[in-house]
Design a binder for this molecule. Structure first.
Ligand SMILES: O=CCCCC(=O)O
Length: 454
């Protein structure tokens, strides 16, 4: 019997669709096609590639309703956030349409040669392994710069979002990209590991867990393939006594509760100085209580189900560990299948798993500290290094903290977020390499030195 991959709606646990896994022969053919098309695609002018990219932007715009519904059905994201996700992909396409030629232009370097420069050449076929939490955005964040630089791509998406994975391939093909430029593989992880070992694959980009990152990096290392890893995060949100809660409280709530808390860059540890602590807990709790919890397809829903029941069970376990060690539940900690109610914890200590591990759901642990110095010490007490946010009216003081934060991002008076114009990525167990901006389009290219003697 042919093996199937199922998409299950986490709101009602109904099967949306079953997908046949690609056979070994189909996979082999797709890998070969990606290599064959690379030889044609790499020769295209960048302008030709960005013309097709602007078609992708238009198609996303045209299909935004059906695509956002697909996201919500497959992984439970509140519908308005699914719409925002597609809009962000459009912004990304428009950004590279406008800037790719400049980012990829030869860079002349004055030396004693008649002429010397860096030529930015594509690498070849790049493998992407992507997660379900931003099923369009994370694929686009990889694919748009990678294809625009002249590479071709193969995608192994998370098994619960196969509909999104196939819809993305369809968009690239309908936009006029040669068939084979971007292909989705409906297959299992062990097959993907073998594909990574294949000489045709020149590099791999993985967004996912720390565990998956370590595993893929090991294979990539053994086979000497470049890898870019965007892994978990445990971002601290530091709130100082002089923070403007009136202005920024909504941002802080969003920083934690976006995508029902299922985001690597979410605020996962609130570290609050003692002068504002009580006021923060009270006001933050009120805001969180007001978030509408329910069916993600309804326009006003802010918190939906988690993408799978096991994710909610795991979150419950993490919270129970905290409770056993002395944490107090202010609100929440109720589970019903894939639903986990927004939860606020106080009396949290640094030995609890809600502090040491990432909580991938709507759980906000709050910790009290005396001052900024103590806050930074606590914020940096993490194996992860994706980002830190700091809320204060004293921006001068915040600027002094920049060098003390060993993360990929430091946001002052805003939540950590990705933006096509800025590099995105982490340090430590959050991975390495950068996506987006000029840095991102330069990840999967050969920076070739060209030297012409006088
Ligand atoms: O899990 C990671 C989420 C990243 C979301 C973003 O890039 O905005």
């Amino acid at each position: 019997m042919t093996e199937k991959m199922k998409s299950v709606n986490p709101y009602n646990q109904k099967i949306i669709k079953s997908y046949n896994l690609h056979t070994p022969l189909e996979i082999e053919n797709k890998v070969k096609l990606a290599e064959e098309i690379f030889t044609i695609w790499r020769e295209k002018e960048i302008k030709e590639r960005t013309k097709l990219l602007s078609n992708v932007s238009n198609l996303l715009e045209e299909r935004i309703d059906s695509l956002s519904k697909l996201i919500t059905q497959e992984m439970g994201k509140p519908i308005n956030e699914s719409i925002a996700e597609i809009n962000k992909c459009i912004f990304l396409c428009d950004f590279y349409t406008l800037n790719a030629e400049d980012f990829l232009a030869d860079q002349i370097i004055e030396t004693d040669a008649k002429e010397s420069f860096i030529s930015y050449d594509p690498l070849g076929v790049i493998l992407a392994i992507m997660p379900w939490n931003y099923p369009f955005w994370q694929v686009f964040r990889f694919a748009v710069p990678t294809l625009t630089a002249g590479n071709t791509a193969l995608l192994k998406h998370a098994s619960n979002v196969s509909g999104c994975a196939l819809a993305i391939q369809e968009i690239f093909e309908d936009a006029g990209y040669p068939k084979g430029c971007f292909q989705t593989l409906i297959t299992n992880h062990d097959i993907i590991e073998n594909i990574l070992k294949n000489d045709i694959i020149k590099a791999v980009s993985l967004t996912g867990s720390e565990k998956a990152g370590r595993h893929i990096a090991k294979i990539a290392g053994e086979y000497l393939k470049k890898s870019v890893l965007e892994l978990g995060g445990n971002n601290a949100c530091i709130v100082l006594d002089d923070a403007n809660l009136e202005k920024y409280l909504d941002t802080m709530v969003k920083a934690r509760m976006q995508n029902t808390g299922q985001s690597c860059i979410a605020a996962k540890r609130f570290i609050v100085t003692k002068g504002i602590y009580d006021e923060f807990v009270e006001k933050f709790t009120k805001k969180v209580k007001d978030l509408k919890f329910g069916n993600p397809i309804e326009q006003d829903t802010k918190i939906g189900p988690l993408a799978r029941i096991e994710l909610a069970e795991n979150l419950e376990k993490q919270v129970n560990d905290a409770l056993l060690k002395g944490a107090k539940v202010i609100i929440g900690n109720k589970r019903n299948k894939a639903y986990y109610s927004p939860t606020i914890l106080t009396e949290v200590t640094e030995d609890m798993t809600v502090f040491t591990e990432e909580t991938f759901g709507p759980v906000a642990p709050i910790l009290k500290v005396d001052n900024l110095e103590e806050a930074i010490k606590m914020a940096t007490n993490s194996k992860f290094g994706l980002g830190t946010m700091l809320f204060t009216e004293n921006v001068e003081l915040a600027l002094h903290a920049i060098s003390k934060i060993p993360d990929g991002a430091f946001f002052i008076n805003d939540m950590v977020k990705s933006d096509p114009r800025l590099p995105f990525g982490g340090t430590k167990a959050s991975g390495y390499g950068r996506e987006l901006s000029k840095e991102g389009i330069h990840e999967f290219i050969n920076k070739k030195t060209v030297y012409i003697k006088k």
